[in-house]
Design a protein around this ligand. Structure first.
Ligand code: PGA
Length: 260
């Protein structure tokens, strides 16, 4: 994994946005795997800015979101449909028929999940997957003990995740119990991964994911097996990494052709 440590979440978000912009410019039909939550907000802001000021064109891009709450209609303000509409899709030119977000109101969850996997395959697979990380190491909504080979399916949230996500709902009891999420195996099939984490609340999860053993108890740790995974963190999220100096050294000595 490449570890990129930045002084602030803003600086880290700009690097993530530049990665995506580079891909979209080189491959206008790119398939992006997108994430929600507070972590990618700065990245979306920067992509919107690039769209407005530099003409970054998303018209041929296809997107697949990681997850959605079961039972929440798209119009619910805490749904991930609403999040993506507000923070990204309403502000850039992704074609509506190329946007895919799991349907939390589907009447047949297993059939929907199977179809979601097929749609990803039919689109040619995900070129770049953006990920946040839960304080418990989840990616997507793959909570600890998720199969590292799992595919899109229903999951039950942990009490910790419901607590973490309560601010979007009011109180933890209002956070739905169930979600539809891409599986760990689905995520691992993406050609590139960008894992973002900011703030001290993520420091232990990042240390375990990057330097700990690969284990379903920290699903993000499987990213050690991904050939092209970048972990972009701010100083606080990096604070518990043991080999900080080495990661900084590597980044500072990148050959020019690898710099963004
Ligand atoms: P956050 O969530 O970005 O809101 O911290 C990340 C996650 O749970 O994956």
């Amino acid at each position: 994994m490449e570890i990129i440590i930045q002084p602030s979440a803003d600086a880290a978000s700009q690097i993530a946005a530049r990665h995506i912009a580079k891909l979209v410019r080189e491959k206008p039909h790119a398939v992006l795997g997108l994430a929600t939550g507070s972590t990618p907000l700065g990245m979306y802001r920067e992509l919107v800015r690039m769209h407005r000021e530099q003409g970054l064109d998303f018209s041929s891009v296809t997107t697949f979101n990681l997850d959605e709450y079961v039972g929440l209609p798209a119009e619910h303000p805490a749904s991930y449909h609403a999040f993506m509409g507000e923070h990204f899709f309403s502000q850039v030119n992704v074609a509506p028929d190329r946007i895919h977000i799991p349907d939390g109101t589907t009447r047949h969850v297993p059939a929907f999940c199977q179809r979601y996997e097929e749609m990803i395959r039919e689109a040619g697979g995900i070129d770049l997957q953006v990920l946040g990380i839960g304080s418990d190491g989840h990616i997507g909504f793959n909570e600890p003990s998720s199969s590292l080979a799992s595919r899109t399916r229903i999951k039950t949230l942990t009490a910790q995740t419901r607590q973490d996500n309560a601010p979007f709902f009011g109180k933890p009891e209002d956070v739905p119990l169930h979600v539809i999420t891409m599986g760990v195996g689905t995520i691992m099939d993406a050609r590139q991964i960008l894992l973002l984490a900011f703030g001290e609340k993520k420091a232990q999860a990042i240390a375990d994911a990057v330097e700990g053993p690969i284990t379903a108890m920290n699903p993000a740790s499987i990213l050690q097996m991904h050939p092209v995974a970048k972990c972009i963190v701010d100083e606080s999220a990096a604070a518990r990494l043991k080999r900080l100096d080495y990661y900084r050294w590597v980044y500072d000595h990148k050959p020019d052709w690898q710099k963004l």
